[in-house]
Write a protein that binds this ligand. Structure first.
Ligand SMILES: NC(=O)c1ccc[n+]([C@@H]2O[C@H](COP(=O)([O-])OP(=O)(O)OC[C@H]3O[C@@H](n4cnc5c(N)ncnc54)[C@H](OP(=O)(O)O)[C@@H]3O)[C@@H](O)[C@H]2O)c1
Length: 353
């Protein structure tokens, strides 16, 4: 960097994190990178789009070419220092002649953590960071969860009336929450690899489970159906979306892929999560209904809850978010509330289980 040139490292990092959110390359992390020349002018940018393709740093350095020499690389996640499906990014950064690297977060992956930064420093590069750990993790919670626990992040989401009902006694649930909350729920889908529902929800709501946001640029999450004893509707909208169907017994479906995983009460849900992980799935969003939600909960398979409480009161009992018995308050699970937001007329509450 030319002496006297001022930089706005926070704004650059904000942009790098924003770039990373335009792709979902799981099982790899979301990463965005920018390259600035000696004078502080932007000369390159990159996103890691798909596992197996070039990492964000490599794309950004390639787009900068010789202008990268003596410049600054801003990258949302620590560069890797190991040979994976692609060569180590640290070597490419050193070879490109970068003088300074600003790192958003250290990589929680044991093969990388701290080692990427150490290798760059060893090569004489000025490394700053991590400068934005919370923002980077919030942008890719499933990756951080998976690298720390070895399991995908299972998020259970429901939309309820203020008095805790997810549907009326007649099964209707459209719409309990407001427009802004429903757009937010689409953003949750956009950051998930799969969206899961049980057969009851397919029958009652005929959902598409896709991301319907004008500015959505990443991939669509794959829909997952947990099939049961009764047949699935042959004309469900999900058949046009190549769903993955888990079933306790062989079933014929109009499209998609069927995986038979039999458990004591329908589909073996733990085996389902393991099967999803083996396919590179890190972020599993469960959109209900109460039968599936209750079964996941009672088996201890939920990591995070997202409850939207709309500005309506049912005034009696319809359907509770989770099937099952709640015998006494002493048995309730304590959840660590991580955020509460007002989205239009709907309250969004998130918590870690
Ligand atoms: N407001 C909300 O957030 C929201 C979200 C989703 C749904 N809903 C509402 O919830 C209602 C549907 O509830 P639901 O409980 O029937 O739907 P569900 O949870 O989507 O489906 C439950 C069904 O999944 C099948 N299944 C297979 N293996 C299972 C296992 N291990 N554990 C649990 N289920 C398994 C069974 O199908 P079989 O019946 O074929 O045996 C079971 O009856 C609708 O009224 C819908 O509008 C509300």
């Amino acid at each position: 960097m030319t002496p006297g040139v001022s930089i706005d490292a926070d704004a650059w990092m904000h942009r790098a994190v924003g770039l990373s959110a335009t792709a979902l390359p799981h099982p790899n992390p979301r990463v965005g990178a920018l390259v600035f020349d000696r004078a502080g002018g932007e000369v390159g940018s990159g996103v890691h789009r798909v596992a197996g393709d070039d990492h964000a740093e490599i794309v950004a350095l390639a787009s900068a070419g010789d202008a990268a020499r003596g410049g600054t690389l801003v990258v949302s996640l620590e560069p890797c220092d190991h040979q994976g499906l692609t060569p180590p990014c640290t070597e490419a950064i050193i070879t490109a002649g970068i003088d300074r690297v600003i790192v958003g977060a250290l990589d929680p992956d044991a093969r990388v953590s701290g080692q990427g930064v150490a290798r760059l420093r060893e090569a004489g590069i000025d490394v700053t960071g991590p400068t934005a750990t919370a923002a980077v993790e919030a942008n890719d919670p499933a990756y951080f969860h998976h690298r720390r626990t070895g399991r995908p992040l299972v998020t259970l989401k429901w939309a309820m009336t203020l008095d805790g009902q997810v549907a009326g006694a007649d099964g209707t649930s459209k719409w309990i929450t407001g427009d802004e909350a429903r757009r937010d729920a689409h953003r949750l889908r956009a950051a998930s690899d799969v969206v899961v529902v049980g057969a009851g929800t397919v029958r009652a709501d005929d959902p598409r489970l896709d991301v319907r946001l004008e500015d959505h640029v990443g991939p669509q999450p794959r829909p997952v159906i947990v099939a049961g004893e009764d047949p699935l509707p042959g004309d469900a909208a999900l058949w046009s979306r190549d769903p993955l169907v888990y079933s306790a017994k062989p079933v014929d479906t109009p499209s998609g892929e069927v995986v038979v995983l039999s458990g004591p009460a329908g589909v073996d849900l733990d085996a389902m999560i393991k099967d999803l992980e083996s396919r590179g799935t890190l972020g599993i969003l469960v959109e209900g209904g109460p039968g599936l939600a209750g079964a996941l909960w009672s088996n201890g398979l939920v990591d995070r809850v997202v409850a939207y409480a709309g500005a309506k009161v049912g005034g009696g009992s319809g359907l509770a978010p989770l099937d099952g018995v709640f015998p006494t308050v002493a048995d309730a699970t304590v959840v660590s509330i991580t955020s509460v937001e007002l989205l239009g007329d709907t309250v969004k509450i998130m918590g870690d289980c």
